[in-house]
Design a protein around this ligand. Structure first.
Ligand code: NAD
Length: 486
């Protein structure tokens, strides 16, 4: 039986794209599964002038469009609406009154979640106003804040934002969303690592040769140049998603399976990450920008709409991370991400050390590789050494393969559903912790500032390839190669 949750959720930005596509369908799924039954209330608020009925229609339409279902009135009656300009302190009073009304109507015990699905420039203002205007409950079990990305644009802005949030919320009340942490196969990393004695024992420098994390996209910048040209792949994909995946891979075993211990173990790993000097950036990081494809049918980045003709922006990043911990000393973590690459995938390849060749095999033994494929389909592959079937005793690599089935997939919650549920349940295991975010920004800022100080010849990779040659050379210098070749 699902544990029924008693809470009020206030969605700021309630008429926005994210709310419509992801947030209401997620809440509806939680209702269908019985996590939300009688004691929940949902308030939508935004600048739009809507009646409660119109808002309920908006939610019904969202569920119709994205889930192809008719939401029942018993669900929709829990939704209410208040127009408010979040930059105006006076408007919060109306919101407060509605919160208190729903709190009584549905017996919500003063349990409150505030979800900021608004432009990042508003995050700090909303958090402060929630406190100053008295919207946080004083007698409930919890007040929690869910916050969308991006969390700052560099360390300084992230720290400032965090200070603003801290006026109203403690770290354990803040749920920073990184939807990669809500993905099934990212959550599977822990099960594989800590649930299998063989892997648990081998997850260290003694047995692991190198670790590779790839987040590749086939699309180009499309119509997002206004944002993307100031962010680049480094801030758009490395600082957040890639580093959060690395957190699960690099951490030690947590003392227990609680969010506090999980976050502490990840933080210890993040704190042992080496922040590079400009020379080390040049040695360990590669930036790229896409040119046209081989057949010249697609624009290069510099010819995309709204991209400045002399842009030095990175649409591709590959690099090597170094951890100073006992577990990972001298084990490179290679990461890469980029636009207009050969394939769209998110995957992790764990390359184990070469076995000792006892056999009369002339060829060296293949290294074992554990691949965790996150997207587009969940898959686990393990390539290991086995006997060749011919008369002579020779070896060859074989691959064991498991794929998430259609039935599994059908019952797997979407990341947003999981994140909303976990916040309601007070489980912060799959959210970004401030310490991790701060380290990731310091790491990324060091790279960005080294790049800002030097010019690079662009474009340096062909659309539809797997990135610049320099990214292959980065691994070749260490005697390694990218496992995934597109
Ligand atoms: P959007 O522009 O579609 O919606 C913004 C919402 O904010 C609207 O409801 C609008 O009325 C409200 N708003 C704007 N100014 C306001 C004000 N002064 N007072 C009160 N309300 C105001 O934005 P979105 O795409 O839904 O994105 C919301 C957040 O989610 C952003 O932080 C974004 O980075 C993040 N996000 C969005 C997506 C996505 O797929 N859309 C994905 C990941 C993260």
């Amino acid at each position: 039986m699902p544990k029924e949750i008693t809470t009020l959720v206030t969605f700021f930005g309630a008429t926005g794209d994210l709310a419509k596509r992801k947030l209401y369908p997620s809440v509806y799924n939680l209702y269908k599964k019985g996590f939300l039954k009688d004691h929940f209330g949902i308030i939508g608020t935004s600048r739009a002038d809507l009646t409660t009925q119109e808002f309920q229609d908006f939610v019904r339409d969202s569920i119709k469009e994205f889930m192809k279902e008719d939401a029942p009135i018993d669900f929709l009656r829990h939704f209410d609406y208040q127009k408010a300009d979040i930059t105006k302190a006076d408007d919060y009073a109306k919101l407060k009154a509605l919160i208190e009304k729903l709190d009584t109507e549905f017996a919500l015990k003063g349990n409150r979640i505030f979800y900021m699905s608004v432009a990042p420039r508003f995050f700090g203002t909303v958090a402060k106003s929630l406190k100053s205007e008295g919207l946080l409950s004083e007698n409930g079990e919890f007040n929690r804040l869910m916050i969308e990305k991006p969390f700052g644009t560099d360390y300084a802005t992230a720290e400032q934002l965090n200070n603003e949030l801290s006026h109203a919320f403690n770290e354990n009340q803040i749920y920073r969303i990184d939807h990669y942490l809500g993905k099934e196969m990212v959550q599977n990393i822990a099960a594989l690592r800590f649930g299998n004695p063989l892997l648990a024992k081998a997850w260290n420098r003694e047995y692991i040769d190198n670790i590779q994390v790839t987040l590749s996209e086939t699309l180009g910048v499309e119509d997002r140049a206004g944002y993307y040209d100031t962010a680049g792949a480094l801030r758009d994909m490395i600082q957040n998603h890639t580093m959060q995946i690395v957190g699960w891979l690099a951490m030690d075993e947590p003392a227990s399976w609680t969010d506090q211990d999980i976050r502490a173990a990840k933080n210890a790993a993040f704190n042992s990450l080496k922040i590079y000097t400009p020379d080390e950036v040049a040695e360990n990081f590669v930036r790229g920008q896409y040119g046209p494809d081989a057949a010249n049918t697609q624009n290069g980045y510099l010819n995309e709409k709204d991209v400045p003709a002399d842009s030095q922006n990175n649409t591709y990043v590959a690099g090597k991370l170094a951890f100073a911990s006992d577990r990972w000393k001298d084990v490179p973590f290679y990461i890469r991400t980029g636009k207009r690459l050969a394939a769209k995938t998110t995957r992790i390849d764990i390359v184990f050390k070469q076995g000792f060749n006892l056999f009369t095999n002339a060829a060296p033994l293949e290294k074992n590789v554990l691949s965790i494929i996150v997207d587009p389909e969940g898959r686990i592959e393990y390539t290991m050494v086995a006997k060749d079937t011919t008369a002579e005793f020779k070896t060859r690599p074989i691959t064991l393969n498991w794929t998430v089935s259609a039935e599994d997939k059908a019952q797997t919650p979407e990341p947003y559903e999981r994140m909303i549920h976990d916040t309601m349940d007070g489980n912060g295991s799959n959210f970004a912790d401030w310490n991790g975010v701060a380290v990731a920004w310091k790491f990324v800022d060091a790279i960005q500032s080294a790049w800002d100080a030097t010019q690079q010849e662009f474009p340096n990779y062909v659309s539809g390839s797997m990135g610049p040659k320099a990214a292959d050379e980065l691994l070749a210098r260490d005697g390694h190669r990218w496992i995934y070749e597109g």
